[in-house]
Design a protein around this ligand. Structure first.
Ligand code: DLL
Length: 443
């Protein structure tokens, strides 16, 4: 144990030691926990039991980790259909926290935690933060929303358990966020990547250069962002930007996080078991193949999730990470199986647009995709903000930029789209997850 701690002294907190569990031991632990969680769900959750009955299986049929593929999937609609408490496996007297995330029906989907679940949640966030090089003595500002959303409180408890000093600002009030970052000497920021971009811009307007602040790390997630966006953020603020992943149904932030090697996100596999399946057929796919991430909670008490279909598209990365963690990694999540746009029959993902835009000098990483239908034909307009200098320049420069963007987008997307250059700040800033697509097509 001492050897492990010494060997990773640069970015390691003692609590991150489970990250280095020898593989055989980790797989044994996972199997033991899988059996227990399946038994718990079968015993206490009607929906799981009836699904397993339909398949003619019982918890005793889980003898190896590979048997997980015999279990039924759980989907977001199951949470909606059993609203609010139908999937709980603990009585309310053991539940200490309820969170929720917005659904399409106006009612949130509800998730529950026992005290042990909250403790596990904090422990995975401690491991995530430690992997980002954060430790006791750091001052961590949490600008994820506090409330039903899991981002704020999840990161908050984790940062406290790490031993850091927490500044719980929640989302919004950019000027105050910047003032506190500066006055308190904040060393790490937790928020959505688009909100951090907004803070960088606002800081510049207020005469604050982020590069002069003690800020050294950002732990960004809750929405897709690209490596080009990371490079932009790091260049503008001189911080190291980390990608953190999670979803309410599984626990919230802290299902997985990058380490300092930035080669994918380590999944905290002793608590969340990852699989990749074909999004169409549900068939398991091997490591290295892109597909839909399916997660099973291995230790959740209040609301265990068995084979939850996340709709997030990624892969389990083959090989091991240079950091020495035995935890498998997933690739960054660029898209969801349900955010694909079909434009005149061609599949388009917002992340492709972002990649194309960030390769062109003179644009800002703020964009929106506007979809309309004219005479039965889909029309896709990409509105891109342009730096104020560009707008002040001669008209020729703008035209040149427009043409460059047009050809970058044509190249990446393979279809003709309209490009509209708009002034800085004309696209609404989000305090949380950015809204990239406005679909005004009526079918
Ligand atoms: O967004 C939890 C969270 C909070 C994660 C703070 C990270 C940081 P939900 O609101 O339930 O939970 O949304 C979950 O957001 O299925 C993904 O589609 C997306 N998502 C979350 N993190 C990432 C990420 C929180 N790092 C949904 N990259 C997920 C890409 C992400 N997408």
């Amino acid at each position: 144990m001492t050897a492990i701690l010494e060997s990773c002294a640069t970015d390691c907190h003692p609590a991150s030691v489970p990250d280095y569990t020898p593989l055989a031991e980790l797989r044994n632990l996972q199997l033991m926990r899988l059996k227990a969680v399946v038994a718990r769900a079968w015993q206490h959750v009607k929906l799981f039991r009836s699904r397993m009955d339909e398949l003619g299986i019982t918890p005793d049929d889980i003898r190896s980790l590979a048997d997980i593929s015999r279990l039924p999937f759980t989907k977001k609609s199951d949470l909606r259909d059993t609203y609010p408490f139908g999937l709980f496996a603990s009585p309310m007297k053991d539940v200490v926290r309820l969170h929720g995330s917005s659904g399409t029906t106006g009612k949130p989907i509800v998730v529950a935690y026992t005290q042990q679940d909250v403790d596990v949640w904090s422990s995975v966030l401690v491991r995530a933060f430690a992997g980002c090089g954060l430790h006791r003595g750091d001052i961590i500002q949490i600008a994820y929303g506090y409330g039903l959303f899991t981002g704020g409180l999840g990161a908050h408890y984790g940062a406290e358990a790490l031993g850091a000093a927490v500044v719980p600002t929640s989302a919004g009030h950019a000027d105050r966020q910047i003032m506190l970052m500066k006055d308190f000497g904040v060393t790490a920021m937790c928020c959505t990547p688009t909100y951090f971009l907004h803070l960088i811009e606002r800081a510049a307007e207020l005469g604050v250069d982020m590069k002069d602040l003690p800020l050294r790390a950002g732990v960004f997630g809750a929405e897709p962002w690209t490596d080009s966006m990371r490079r932009h953020i790091e260049k503008m603020s001189s911080i190291e930007a980390f990608d953190i992943y999670g979803l309410s149904e599984i626990i919230g932030p802290g299902v997985g996080c990058e380490c300092r090697h930035h080669q994918g996100l380590h999944i905290f596999e002793d608590h969340f078991y990852p699989e990749i399946v074909d999004p169409e057929t549900g068939a398991p796919l091997p490591d290295g193949s892109e597909g839909e991430l399916v997660l099973t909670t291995l230790s959740k008490q209040a609301m265990p999730m068995i084979r939850y279909r996340t709709r997030d598209i990624t892969m389990i990365m083959p090989g091991t990470c240079a950091c020495g963690r035995t935890l498998r990694r997933i690739g960054r999540i660029g898209r969801r199986s349900d955010d694909m746009l079909i434009i005149r029959g061609v599949n388009v993902f917002p992340s492709q647009v972002e990649t194309a835009l960030l390769e062109v000098e003179g644009t800002l990483p703020h964009y929106q995709i506007l979809l309309t239908r004219e005479h039965g034909l889909d029309r896709m307009e990409v509105q891109v903000e342009v730096t104020p200098q560009m707008f002040n320049d001669k008209i020729g420069a703008l035209q040149g930029l427009h043409d460059k963007l047009q050809s970058a987008l044509d190249h990446v997307l393979g279809i003709r789209v309209q490009v509209a250059l708009v002034e800085a700040y004309s696209i609404e800033r989000s305090q949380g997850k950015a809204k990239r697509v406005i679909d005004r097509r009526t079918s």
